[in-house]
Design a binder for this molecule. Structure first.
Ligand SMILES: Nc1ncnc2c1ncn2[C@@H]1O[C@H](COP(=O)(O)OP(=O)(O)OP(=O)(O)O)[C@@H](O)[C@H]1O
Ligand SMILES: [Mg+2]
Length: 435
């Protein structure tokens, strides 16, 4: 018999835990002999599309228990009654499972609903079935607006956060969606997963499908890497394939191209192979750009230097236009927000540049706040200077990226690799200690 958990790709540690839970629910006698009682409840939470419902249904199937599903798809008054009925039915058919899918949507979303009648009802129902062998399984996007009393141990013994897939998991999920589609070599799954880093499984699936639609519309026999990258750009950055600008000569297209080339160059010098794609596109009549990295460094930050590298990369855009045109362009708001966020966390959460005993901004003194602000501004300025120096040293590589980007509108990792081979690179400012 096939294992229901085989439907889950990746997420090995979570899958293992779900397998153990299913075993405990299925073979209660085995555990009872050891004097152990069956687990009572599990809450899976995480962003939309990361596989919570899939994991819950695999657990239900593997447990072989009858499940009573409760989703909010009816008016409030009927729903309260429905919740009670579901719990009653589950109790009368115990051992069983009550599956509360999207529990955080049970109450109205437009007000503070922590004390809503829906949550109170769920809580009462859980307490009422406590002595029965009913396992309460729930999924939710966010726990923020749910009452802590409902989430406490005893009601849900365990909560597991499901994050978007990353690394090998993301590549294997993309491979899975590519299966059965014409073409796509091994390396391409990695390219797609790279661009889509941080997004959900549902997004990966949609991007691959978009690529197929594009290929079909172009009467292409196969889905090419270009189709895949365009599908990803659409899902990950809302850049529609039709908006990519090719061969543009306008001033704003040039600014956008050199800005993105700055990000890409700095990223490639600090970490070769770290850029997955760059594009410039028409954004309601003016040119914009996106540089996408192989993986979101923020997930792997282990030391201060990693954050400094990330901020330097964010500053690469501004430094690129300054280097080429002698001006700082005004399209860098997102970069500055990202740099500010990173440096603030580094200073206040990790005391990376000195110990601040009141860490949270809301309870810091005005003097401490201004000290933190000053350190933050100085560090971002240093990162900007470092980005400028990296670009100056690698001017040939930088120019070549920008020129090809202007011509083609979209460059992928292997284009950058090829350009790099033709241009010498220097790494004097590689170490963040040079900052
Ligand atoms: N690990 C995975 N392996 C294979 N497919 C997956 C995985 N995770 C999710 N999927 C697929 O992605 C899609 C979305 O998954 P699912 O509906 O379970 O997400 P969710 O977290 O419940 O989303 P929501 O919060 O919107 O309810 C489904 O088609 C599902 O089969
Ligand atoms: Mg779901």
């Amino acid at each position: 018999m096939s294992n229901p958990f085989d439907k889950i790709i990746g997420y090995e540690p979570i899958r293992k835990e779900l397998e153990r839970t299913a075993d405990a629910l299925k073979n209660t006698e085995k555990y009872a002999r050891l004097g152990t009682s069956a687990p009572k409840g599990l809450l899976l939470h995480g962003e939309p599309g990361v596989g919570k419902t899939l994991m819950a249904t695999c657990l239900i199937e593997a447990s072989t228990r009858k499940a009573f599903v409760c989703r909010k798809d009816m008016p409030e008054r009927e729903f309260i009654e429905y919740i009670r009925t579901v719990f009653e039915q589950a109790e009368s058919e115990a051992p069983s499972i009550v599956f509360l899918d999207d529990l955080d949507k049970f109450a109205n979303g437009d007000e503070d609903h922590r004390n809503s009648v829906e949550y109170v009802t769920v809580q009462t129902c859980i307490d009422n079935i406590r002595s029965s062998d009913v396992f309460v399984l729930a999924t939710a996007n966010s726990l923020e607006n749910m009452p802590s009393s409902l989430l406490r141990t005893g009601r849900f013994d365990r909560d597991i956060e499901i994050n978007p897939p990353s690394g090998e998991d993301a590549v294997n999920i993309v491979r899975h969606y590519l299966k059965g589609k014409s073409f796509v070599a091994e390396a391409d799954a990695e390219a797609v997963a790279g661009i889509m880093a941080g997004l959900s499984c549902a997004d990966l699936e949609t991007a691959v499908n978009k690529a197929g639609l594009l290929a079909g519309y172009e009467n292409s026999e196969t889905i090419t890497l270009r189709h895949l990258i365009l599908g990803c750009m659409d899902i990950a950055y809302s850049v529609s394939p039709d908006s990519i600008i090719q061969g543009a000569k306008t001033r704003d297209a040039q600014l956008a191209a050199y800005h993105e080339a700055g990000h890409a160059l700095v990223s490639e010098i600090i970490c070769p192979g770290s850029v997955s794609a760059i594009c410039i596109f028409d954004n309601n009549g003016s040119a914009s750009g996106v540089t996408s990295y192989v993986s979101d460094v923020s997930g792997k930050i282990t030391e201060v230097g990693d954050v400094i590298d990330k901020i330097t990369r964010s500053m690469g855009g501004l430094a690129g236009t300054k280097h080429k045109f002698g001006i700082k362009d005004i399209g860098a708001e997102r970069d500055l927000i990202s740099a500010r966020y990173d440096i603030s966390r580094l200073i206040s959460d990790n005391a990376a540049f000195g110990f601040f005993f009141k860490q949270a901004h809301y309870d810091a003194s005005a003097e401490m706040l201004s000290r933190m602000e000053q350190i933050a501004a100085d560090k971002v300025e240093e990162c900007y200077s470092r980005a400028e120096r990296i670009i100056s040293e690698n001017d040939g590589f930088f120019e070549a990226i920008a020129k090809e980007l202007l011509k083609k509108g979209l460059l992928v990792a292997k284009d950058i690799k090829r350009i790099r081979r033709k241009n010498p690179t220097y790494e004097t400012f590689l170490s963040h200690q040079a900052v």
